[in-house]
Design a protein around this ligand. Sequence first.
Ligand SMILES: C[S@@+](CC[C@H](N)C(=O)[O-])C[C@H]1O[C@@H](n2cnc3c(N)ncnc32)[C@H](O)[C@@H]1O
Length: 126
Amino acid sequence: MQNILFSDIINNMSKAEHNKTYYQKNKDKYKEKSKLSQEEWVEYTKQIWNIPIPNKGDLAFGEHSAIMPEEIVRRCVKLYTFVGDVVLDPFTGSGTTLKVAKELGRKYVGYEISKTYERVIKLKLK
Ligand SMILES: C[S@@+](CC[C@H](N)C(=O)[O-])C[C@H]1O[C@@H](n2cnc3c(N)ncnc32)[C@H](O)[C@@H]1O
């Protein structure tokens, strides 16, 4: 089987190169934009996260059997990356990680082996 690639940087390398230069020049601004609020920091660094599982509100509900709650991805992306960074998800599934990365101003690269999920991934990335 062949993987399907979803990315907002690959296939557009000249734009990616431009973004990289722009990012390097504006590093401090991006770092400032990436800061967590006091409330987020307190909540995200708790030992236990209480996050509901995805419901009918998720575009992939009933289409993928293991959808990740967006809030888990949101917290991880905010904790471990800066705005402008690249988030890689080699097991894209329904595309939750790529969707949240995009919403948070990060670039994304994702692979999914099953063509079944292509439609819903594209829907989440719209
Ligand atoms: C647990 S699901 C990911 C769910 C995803 N986090 C979401 O929120 O929808 C794992 C996915 O990895 C895919 N997968 C398994 N082996 C793979 C491989 N070698 N390359 C790419 N994708 C793979 C499966 O088809 C499945 O959709």
